[in-house]
Design a protein around this ligand. Structure first.
Ligand code: SF4
Length: 250
């Protein structure tokens, strides 16, 4: 797909989301929040759902948690425009309650189409609802800071998922700020591993073409050379943290 075609497809999906009435959340939203960022990126960050500010502005992660997400990206030399940022539900649940399973299911086709258009090597989940959509049956306190093969129909199996706490976790529990910063340092490493997994899964000719001609929208200068462990546990991990029970919105 050409960059123009990819951008056009994302804009079509955006328009469909902004007019969507696929679940009850459309009744209470101000604006739907499709997501934003680079259509050509290799990395998509997926949060849980829009919060108050996002609902008003129609943009993801624009509140305090968004400020911290921007800071996290900056620690590895990335900006918001280097990646794509979205949520598992595109409309704010009233009062920032948990999205219901039927709401997540109703919104999944939008996310699936966005991911199909972008075709990222790596999805970074932010928070337990996003984690549940990509790695069902896992607990964020046990898997944050690690990368695993995708285990969902939202992504092809050669894609990789990296789990993180939601940035808002640091606003509720100060100690998790250090955890999020530590986990973020492993994301470029996970990207390197994700690239290698995809290259290994591609037909030989396609892999060669990828290596020779693929754009590199996310700077690799910060990527630690060498194969990325797919289940590396980052120092400082807090496997029993109760934060996986928090409901966290941008
Ligand atoms: Fe449609 Fe998703 Fe919004 Fe529900 S949350 S109305 S499925 S865009």
């Amino acid at each position: 797909m050409t960059p123009d075609a990819r951008q056009g497809l994302l804009e079509t999906i955006d328009a469909e989301i902004r007019g969507c009435t696929g679940c009850r959340l459309h009744e209470t939203r101000t604006l739907a929040v499709p997501g934003e960022g680079s259509a050509e990126t290799e990395v998509v960050f997926v949060g849980e759902g829009p919060g108050f500010n996002e609902d008003r502005q129609g943009r993801p992660f624009v509140g305090a948690a968004g400020t911290f997400l921007t800071e996290l990206l900056g620690t590895v030399g990335w900006s918001r425009s280097d990646v794509f940022i979205t949520n598992v539900v595109k409309c704010r649940p009233p009062g920032n309650r948990d999205p219901e399973p039927d709401e997540i299911a109703a919104c999944a086709p939008h996310l699936r189409r966005q991911l199909s258009a972008i075709d990222p090597a790596l999805v970074v989940t932010l928070g337990r609802h996003s984690l549940g959509a990509f790695l069902p049956g896992t607990r964020i306190g046990q898997v944050h800071g690690t990368a695993r093969p995708a285990a969902t129909d939202l992504l092809p199996p050669e894609s990789t998922v990296f789990a993180m706490y939601h940035p808002a976790a640091a606003l509720h529990q100060g100690a998790l700020r250090r955890t999020l910063l530590d986990d973020m340092t492993a994301v470029p490493i996970a990207l390197q591993g994700a690239r290698e997994r995809r290259a290994a899964a591609a037909p030989r000719g396609a892999a060669a073409a990828m290596t020779a001609g693929a754009p590199d929208p996310v700077a690799v200068a910060t990527v630690t050379p060498g194969p990325a462990p797919l289940s590396e546990t980052v120092p400082g991990a807090d496997p029993e943290s109760a934060t996986d029970q928090l409901t966290l919105f941008a």
